[in-house]
Design a protein around this ligand. Structure first.
Ligand SMILES: Nc1nc2c(c(=O)[nH]1)N[C@H]1C(S)=C(S)[C@@H](COP(=O)(O)OP(=O)(O)OC[C@H]3O[C@@H](n4cnc5c(=O)[nH]c(N)nc54)[C@H](O)[C@@H]3O)O[C@H]1N2
Ligand SMILES: Nc1nc2c(c(=O)[nH]1)N[C@H]1C(S)=C(S)[C@@H](COP(=O)(O)OP(=O)(O)OC[C@H]3O[C@@H](n4cnc5c(=O)[nH]c(N)nc54)[C@H](O)[C@@H]3O)O[C@H]1N2
Ligand SMILES: [Mo]
Length: 713
């Protein structure tokens, strides 16, 4: 904390707590006990002084008139959102009383925690309630909504490998595959721009001409869900045209012959039919990726969101080793460098407190879990939500809201606002914004730890997640030492300060400087896998995955299957684990719901400035898909399938590949109306139990007969 003597203001080191790779270091300005502004720390090598369109008026969130500032009890019907204030003592008594009575009658597994990364910081983030919930014996939530499928494929192929995102300035060929960097990772862009200044070519593969695609040297539009076929087509060309780095492959990979054999079934002409990418372009892309070194692939989240997402990433992650990209600084795969952080997840989450055999419920299937679809015994009788807004974010929204409306379900929500989920709470608890509590942040987009010092006292009676679970533990009579630690003591325990990555780091140093780089070599000289060593069981890149084969089972290779299974694979070296066909079938369009520029998932979608930027729900479609449906530009339309429907405004554009519908995600329900996830199935992906958020077959029709309603763009 520094005192600015000239102005009498205080500037406090803060850290953006959100679920975003940029994990910015923020400077919070406080005047007379009030936050008057935030800005990015100019000294932070990744944040570089700027914040994003979501967060740069954070004080508007802190002082938003709709903030929940007291514990409350439901007064109206579930979903209505009417509450009356109660005291914290009453709230804790009631919650703990219900946990006890539910446990006595149904067993502790009848309690289900539901949380994700509304806050992603170390202490208040994803695992904030795990220790408490394990101690209670609650059901375990399987939190695989984001990156689990992609990461499973990464680990199976190259292990938890990563490169320093800052080293991308040395890349000469940057392939951005299903990521909208300018919206979802904007602080990486200056590094890409610098690479470009030094001569790099930037290529984007996407189903939609995003801000990022529009800036690229080459935009390659692809049919959603066909990335695996494209990657296998690229491998085909590399092998067929002798572009493979034979020495690297020979020494540092396993299963090349099998992979080559499989890719033989994916000649460019066939891949062109599957993906919509012209055969000539597939050839050019393969040749450029192989010969313009260092080449790097920055993978986004979207290609994982299909039944075959895991296999698609297996094929994508195989590419850099085939052409020796890992040899170079700035070459390889830039997925998520989370693997570099020396975090003691075991200390934070206390797995030793999990009772053997405790049941696991996948977060995507919340709707099914609450409405009988999973035939749970005991049923879920108490739901505890924090850091999440499943009524917007979870698939099968119809079932989620039906479940939340259950009279016999006791629901607690801890949030800053009366979200679509909070409207169903029996007890609603007030959460702090990040300027009101202490934390550390880590990142999935760079290699810096940031400290977040409290800038102001909690507003009203708001409490942080850590304080909430301390109070609940006291209410339950849990006397374990962990529940008595202060936030700073938790932070001391949560990092392995003796690990090489933390060399020279300490909490004091972090508090002094605001942030610190992990002790890795400088990005200008560091090619972590130049020597060909990878953190896999064989120590090599595994085209044939020993992890997926389970050691003894059939070999597992990347694969793409179209329509009905199996018939398309010329040389079936292995059967892949079976996956159900995309559901629901029978609709002609595929909907994808990527990230909105000014919302952070559903966070900020209740704030005026951000809403003004985004406008009402757009439904971007190709004119060729609109014409036969009688849909005019600017018209109100309905997107529907067997699962559900939601409304939006048609925005006709050739920036969308024909056959796809693009509906940016995050908007809250308007008067109880359904939103995007009403049409999304809760089936999971082939690897890592990811969501099939982009495997959504829909149709679109005019919502009413009134003429076009214009939307400001
Ligand atoms: N502004 C903003 N930033 C965010 C977030 C946010 O909500 N808003 N959310 C944060 C979170 S939680 C995450 S996980 C990250 C994710 O960040 P990204 O990885 O960028 O995620 P998306 O925007 O969902 O998808 C990226 C792109 O993939 C495209 N796409 C969709 N389906 C396919 C497909 O089948 N193949 C290909 N090749 N492309 C496809 C979409 O059109 C989109 O442009 O962003 C984080 N940052
Ligand atoms: N159709 C579709 N669905 C999606 C996605 C998509 O792109 N399309 N994206 C998916 C992905 S990648 C993700 S990561 C998930 C995200 O899903 P969620 O993690 O549920 O994210 P949000 O919808 O932003 O809701 C987070 C909530 O946490 C609250 N919050 C913030 N800070 C705190 C805090 O300190 N304490 C407490 N108690 N609450 C806090 C916020 O106010 C907000 O209401 O959604 C997934 N769902
Ligand atoms: Mo995410």
């Amino acid at each position: 904390m520094a005192l600015d003597e000239l102005t009498g203001r205080r500037v406090v080191s803060g850290a953006c707590p959100h679920d975003c790779p940029d994990a910015c270091s923020m400077l919070v300005t406080v005047e007379a006990g009030r936050v008057v502004g935030v800005r990015g720390d100019p000294a932070h090598p990744f944040t570089r002084g700027s914040l994003c369109a979501k967060v740069n008026d954070y004080e508007a969130r802190v002082y938003h008139p709709d903030r929940v500032l007291q514990p409350m009890r439901r007064a109206g019907a579930k979903g209505e959102g009417r509450f009356v204030p109660i005291s914290w003592a009453e709230a804790i008594d009631e919650i703990c009383g219900r946990f006890r009575s539910v446990t006595a009658e149904f067993g502790s597994e009848a309690v289900l925690p539901y949380s994700y990364a509304g806050n992603m910081a170390l202490l208040n983030g994803i695992p904030a309630g795990d220790a408490f919930m394990h101690r209670l014996g609650a059901s375990i939530l399987e939190r695989t909504v984001c990156g689990s499928c992609q990461s499973s494929a990464l680990v199976a192929t190259v292990g938890p490998a990563f490169i320093d995102p800052e080293s991308i300035v040395h890349s000469r060929y940057i392939l951005i595959w299903g990521a909208n960097v300018l919206s979802s990772n904007q602080h990486l862009w200056p590094f890409i721009r610098e690479a470009r200044r030094r001569g790099a070519k930037v290529v984007v593969i996407d189903a939609y001409r995003t801000r990022t695609a529009a800036q690229a040297d080459w935009f390659i539009p692809i049919r959603p869900g066909t990335d695996g076929a494209l990657a296998l087509g690229l491998i085909h060309v590399l092998v067929a045209e002798g572009l493979v780095d034979k020495d690297y492959v020979e020494e540092h990979t396993t299963g090349f012959d099998e992979l080559a054999q499989r890719a033989a079934a994916f000649p460019p002409e066939r891949v062109a039919e599957l993906t919509g990418v012209p055969a000539d372009d597939i050839g050019i892309l393969a040749r450029e990726f192989a010969t313009i070194q260092p080449s790097v692939i920055r993978t986004g989240i979207a290609p994982e969101r299909h039944a075959q997402g895991g296999q698609a990433y297996r094929a994508i992650f195989s590419l850099p080793a085939l052409v020796g990209s890992w040899r170079h600084v700035g070459g390889g795969v830039q997925q998520m460098p989370v693997w570099g952080f020396p975090i003691r997840w075991d200390v934070l989450t206390r797995p030793e407190w999990i009772r053997p055999g405790t049941r696991v419920i996948n977060m995507m299937q919340l709707g099914r879990a609450l409405t009988g679809g999973l035939a749970l015994d005991p049923p879920v009788k108490a739901l505890f939500v924090y850091n999440a807004n499943p009524a917007v974010a979870a698939p099968e929204q119809g079932l989620v809201t039906e479940g939340l409306a259950r009279a016999d379900l006791f629901t607690v929500v801890h949030d800053l606002f009366v979200t679509d989920t909070a409207r169903y709470a029996d007890i609603l608890l007030p959460a702090t914004t990040t300027v009101e509590h202490f934390d550390l942040t880590w990142s999935y987009g760079h290699l810096y730890l940031n400290v977040n010092l409290p800038a102001i006292a909690p507003r009203g009676e708001a409490v942080s997640n850590t304080e909430l679970f301390r109070r609940l533990a006291a209410g339950m009579g849990f006397t374990d030492e962990w529940f008595g630690l202060s936030d700073e003591q938790m932070a001391e325990a949560a990092l392995d300060w003796s690990s090489p990555a933390a060399a020279g780091l300490s909490l004091d140093r972090l508090k002094e400087n605001g942030w610190a780089r992990l002790a890795f070599p400088a990005p200008d000289v560091w090619a972590p896998h130049a020597d060909g060593a990878f953190p896999t069981p064989s120590g090599k890149v595994e085209f044939v995955s020993s992890l997926l084969a389970g050691g003894a089972g059939p070999l597992v290779l990347p694969l793409f299957r179209e329509g009905a299974p199996a018939e398309d694979v010329a040389a079936p070296v292995d059967p892949v684990p079976d996956f159900a066909e995309p559901a629901p079938a029978g609709y002609e369009l595929t909907m994808i719901s990527p990230k909105a520029h000014a919302f952070l998932n559903s966070t900020y979608a209740n704030q005026t400035r951000q809403r003004r930027i985004e406008g009402p729900q757009p439904v971007f479609m190709h004119p060729a898909d609109a014409a036969p449906r009688g849909i005019a530009d600017g018209q109100r339309v309905r997107v529907f399938n067997d699962l559900g429907r939601f409304d939006g405004i048609a925005d006709l554009t050739r920036d969308v590949v024909a056959g796809a519908v693009v509906c940016p995600h995050g908007r809250w329900s308007d008067n109880g109306a359904a939103t995007i996830n009403a049409t999304v199935s809760a089936e999971l992906t082939d690897l890592g139990k990811g969501p099939r958020l982009s495997d959504v077959r829909v149709d679109v029709e005019p919502a009413d007969s009134s003429g076009p309603v214009r939307r400001a763009r």
